[in-house]
Write a protein that binds this ligand. Structure first.
Ligand SMILES: [Fe+2]
Ligand SMILES: [Fe+2]
Length: 210
């Protein structure tokens, strides 16, 4: 920190600046980041969260169908938390005078994580762990990019990152417990035929990763 730097600009300068460009809302001249880049990164994070909601929801209904209630409950809890993250990010994009991108077209290529729905519980848990680890890495990178230049966005992303770390830990624990608690997916040969339509890995869009 530069010792010579005054703690604040003089109050009159701050007041004058605040009256200019009022249409920019929360964006004041002291916002030193490239806003387009921040908005692009936040929209990618938004797409990532939406894909995570969809993936956890798909896994929730599938796991409920194979009677894996406690695992399904965990998927649903995560789906709801990813939805909260999506809402937080969309709100911040709006505060930064951007437009949250909810366009379904291109969603999976904007997203860092993938929409993969395997047909058995172990593979679902693994897929979620992979997605959480992708989210963790990309949030860390965005936080590093933002640095101290936008503390509100940074704080929000740090809070989300902490939840993603919990999610990853939850999935790791489920993986470790898998098969020990008597509630895993049934062996392939005895799986009910109603599960057949989902018995393939589906992907939407290209597997593009940032
Ligand atoms: Fe999330
Ligand atoms: Fe997550």
């Amino acid at each position: 920190m530069a010792a010579a730097k005054p703690f604040l600009s003089d109050i009159q300068t701050i007041r004058d600046r605040a009256r200019r460009h009022m249409e920019q809302g929360a964006i004041t001249p002291s916002y030193t980041l490239d806003r387009d880049t921040v908005l692009k990164l936040l929209n990618e994070a938004l797409a990532t969260e939406i894909v995570c909601v969809l993936r956890y929801k798909a896994h929730y209904y599938l796991a409920s169908g194979i009677n894996a209630k406690s695992v399904a409950a965990e998927f649903l809890e995560h789906a709801n938390e990813e939805q909260q993250h999506a809402d937080q990010i969309a709100e911040r994009i709006t505060q930064l005078d951007g437009t949250p991108n909810f366009e379904p077209d291109g969603l999976s290529s904007r997203s860092h994580s993938e929409f993969v729905v395997p047909d058995d519980l172990a593979a679902m848990i693994e897929e979620n762990l992979v997605a959480e680890r992708i989210a963790i890495d990309s949030y860390r990178e965005i936080i590093n990019f933002i640095g101290d230049a936008d503390t509100t966005t940074r704080r929000m992303l740090e809070e989300i990152l902490a939840v993603e770390e919990e999610h990853a830990e939850d999935m790791k624990t489920l993986m470790e417990d898998f098969g020990e608690k008597g509630e895993p997916a049934k062996p392939k040969s005895t799986r009910p035929s109603m599960m057949k339509p989902a018995a393939k890995v589906r992907e939407v869009g290209p597997r593009t990763r940032k």
